[in-house]
Design a protein around this ligand. Structure first.
Ligand SMILES: [Zn+2]
Length: 230
């Protein structure tokens, strides 16, 4: 029997509104928890240093998804990364089939390593910036959580990224088009075919504006680091 693909897409408007509400609540919470650090964040270069660290953190988030995929993929050449800052896109993709368990682990990787472990570290050390970054990562992973909960409801499926579009392609023998979870549903389906995989996507793709952006960002962080040491 031919396997079918089911493309599930997250409702971005819905997710962004939800994330925004959570970010506001989170910032209100940490303003009470760390008043001095938050005061520093809102003054001088503190704010820009924080924003720069946040962008780096979001890039590392994708790296952790990629590490998750590479634990299970047979060929690492099929794991691809990209940053298109002008579109607000950071991605890690896996262009070969991995099973459901591997997908769940890959989705969880940045949540565990960039939120849960840093929060545990913050229990022992006073590191407000790390605490906040971990929180921003946790809220930013809202799309990952949605996919996770959907996957937990689904029967056995495989995962693949045909291309770098938003959403995920799940391969199954059963009709899974009716499954849904808050903010995610099946938008397209068809016969699974290896030829659907867009092999033209580079292993590492950083758009020109992204390169310029990250060079400025890293220089800015280095200058501020040197200034704080001197
Ligand atoms: Zn993610």
């Amino acid at each position: 029997m031919q396997q079918k693909y089911y493309k599930f897409e997250v409702n971005l408007i819905y997710m962004n509104i939800l994330a925004l509400v959570l970010y506001i609540l989170f910032f209100l919470g940490i303003t009470i928890l760390y008043p001095e650090s938050i005061a520093k964040l809102y003054t001088g270069s503190g704010f820009w240093i924080f924003i720069s660290l946040l962008f780096l953190y979001f890039a590392i988030h994708e790296l952790f998804h990629g590490i998750g995929y590479s634990l299970f993929a047979r060929n690492r050449q099929n794991i691809k990364y990209g940053i298109i800052i002008e579109k607000g896109v950071f991605y890690a993709m896996c262009q070969e089939l991995i099973n459901k368990k591997a997908t769940i682990i890959s989705l969880l990787m940045p949540i565990i390593f960039l939120s849960i472990i840093p929060w545990i570290i913050c229990l022992f050390f006073e590191l407000p910036i790390l605490f906040i970054l971990a929180g921003m990562n946790f809220i930013g992973a809202i799309g990952d959580f949605t996919m996770l909960f959907l996957l937990l409801k689904l029967p056995d499926v495989s995962y693949i990224d045909y291309d770098n579009s938003i959403g995920m392609y799940l391969i199954s023998n059963q009709d899974i088009s009716k499954y849904r979870f808050i903010g995610i549903k099946c938008v397209d389906s068809g016969i699974h075919d290896e030829r659907l995989i867009d092999k033209s996507i580079k292993r590492f793709y950083i758009s020109r504006p992204s390169k310029i952006f990250f060079i400025i960002l890293i220089l800015f962080l280095i200058i501020n680091l040197v200034r704080s040491v001197l």
